[in-house]
Write a protein of this length. Structure first.
Length: 481
């Protein structure tokens, strides 16, 4: 049935309609950016819910794109979090490059699916090319490596622990794909820091190992794994008949940006024949920062997670899962007559579903290619360096404020601090900022509430941060007295 809602050779005016509406969308965006310094309208969850219920009805008869602009797109801009504002710094949720926005448009236009070559011939080759760019920096000189784009860091970490589990089962001569979990797997242990991401525990649960299999290791005063205590704990576990399966190093903890001692952890992993996975969802982008040396230890991992949507200025959500041995992903290849056939491999056809947990998958590599080709590697380095320096400068300013106490010196772009009052005051400070359109983070340490800046906006500067800090001090003092 012919309809005006789909693009075709016989309905090219649809592209003209898109051109016109996109121009109007961009004007709406310009208005939002110029008329509002801050990052949120300040509407409460209750008021926003009532607004949406009262305006977003779906009727039997449709409407044109201009009506969508008025009814949906304009309020979407007005009441969304403005990631381009320097006053948004709550999460690992970055400003995005203009190139990657173009990429999203191109992906939407052609809608390639990355599971089979015939659905995405050009995209498949680009996906492999971009993956290799990362592999060459993580595992230099190793041609037996591989990787796959995933839906985000949670899926990448899940894949790392999945491959670790199957590798250990293979060592125990268990058919890792065919056989159900038994008593042996009940002894498997996964080691990570007490401040690692919750996806380690979630993965253990999803993989049938249970959260009891996760051993949360103590950290030092810099929020890194305490190696002495790690060695004591793992030795005791082995004495008790438990089986070390995997250790997860973190290169950039979510709250503190701390980097575990990857080199030393790799030695422990080797000693106990454990899989070594690195959760570098946050800090993995530093492979493109020429001044950072700890990324040289990434090659001592069996697998690694690197998110694109944190420090590489890509839209939510996109991640890369890289692994050192191609054969490690064999269990992910389920042949099917309609999608992944043996003769395809013989004919040199790449069906990327063979190494993915997902079947249908977006062409996220295009956005990275456009960003990297346009910006160049030197500019990527410059932007990463600038974010690290901004975090250091912010920390120094906080140290000069008598009303503020900081928790740790930043290694990446997270700055954690609190007003020297009490938990209730710090929570109210954050709430008051949100009502004004400023969104910062909040976390806890030793039952104390802390505030947090997560700095991922290249357009933010120290003066913006000083303005917020001074407001925090003023509000905190008023609430405390």
């Amino acid at each position: 049935m012919k309809t005006k809602h789909f693009i075709s050779a016989n309905h090219l005016e649809s592209l003209d309609e898109l051109t016109n509406i996109i121009a109007k969308v961009n004007e709406t965006m310009k208005t939002q950016l110029t008329e509002n310094r801050y990052c949120y309208s300040g509407l409460s969850p209750k008021d926003l819910n009532e607004l949406i219920i009262s305006t977003q009805n779906i009727a039997e008869e449709g409407c044109d794109l201009n009506t969508l602009l008025k009814d949906v797109i304009t309020p979407y801009f007005k009441h969304s979090t403005n990631i381009y504002s320097p006053f948004y710094m709550a999460h690992l949720h970055s400003t995005v490059s203009k190139e990657t926005v173009l990429g999203e448009y191109l992906i939407g236009l052609l809608n390639p699916s990355m599971d089979s070559w015939d659905q995405a011939p050009f995209a498949t080759e680009i996906d492999e090319l971009v993956t290799k760019l990362f592999l060459d920096r993580v595992y230099p000189g190793d041609n037996n490596t591989d990787g796959v784009f995933t839906s985000g860091g949670s899926q990448s970490n899940l894949m790392g622990i999945l491959l670790a589990r199957d590798e250990k089962r293979n060592r125990h001569e268990i058919r890792s794909r065919e056989s159900a979990l038994g008593s042996v797997e009940g002894k498997y242990r996964i080691y990570c820091s007490s401040v690692s991401h919750f996806t380690v525990e979630k993965s253990a649960w999803l993989l049938g190992l249970g959260t009891d299999s996760v051993v949360k290791l103590p950290v030092d005063d810099k929020f890194k794994i305490d190696l002495k205590k790690f060695k004591e704990i793992i030795a005791h576990d082995v004495e008790q008949g438990l089986i070390p399966m995997c250790v997860v190093s973190t290169a950039g903890t979510t709250d503190y940006g701390s980097i575990d001692p990857i080199d030393e952890i790799a030695l422990i992993a080797k000693e106990y024949e454990m899989w070594h996975h690195i959760d570098a969802a946050y800090g993995g982008a530093m492979i493109f920062n020429k001044n950072i040396k700890w990324t040289e230890h990434f090659e001592k991992s069996d697998s690694i997670t690197i998110d694109m949507h944190k420090m590489l200025f890509q839209p939510i959500s996109s991640s890369l899962f890289l692994y050192k041995t191609t054969k490690a992903s064999d269990n992910l290849n389920f042949e099917s007559d309609y999608l992944s056939r043996k003769e395809d491999i013989a004919n040199g056809i790449k069906n990327l579903v063979d190494k993915s947990l997902q079947t249908s998958r977006r062409f996220d590599a295009l956005k990275l290619l456009l960003t990297f080709k346009s910006m160049g590697l030197q500019e990527i380095h410059n932007q990463l360096e600038a974010l690290l320096q901004l975090a250091k400068d912010c920390h120094q300013y906080l140290l000069s404020c008598n009303e503020i106490e900081t928790l740790n010196a930043p290694e990446l772009s997270s700055v954690v601090f609190r007003h020297k009052s009490n938990n209730e005051v710090n929570k109210k400070i954050r709430d008051s900022l949100i009502a004004r359109g400023i969104i910062i983070g909040e976390t806890k340490h030793n039952k104390e509430t802390y505030l947090k800046f997560t700095l991922l906006n290249p357009n933010a500067d120290l003066e913006n941060l000083k303005e917020v800090i001074d407001s925090i001090i003023k509000t905190g003092n008023e609430l405390w007295t």
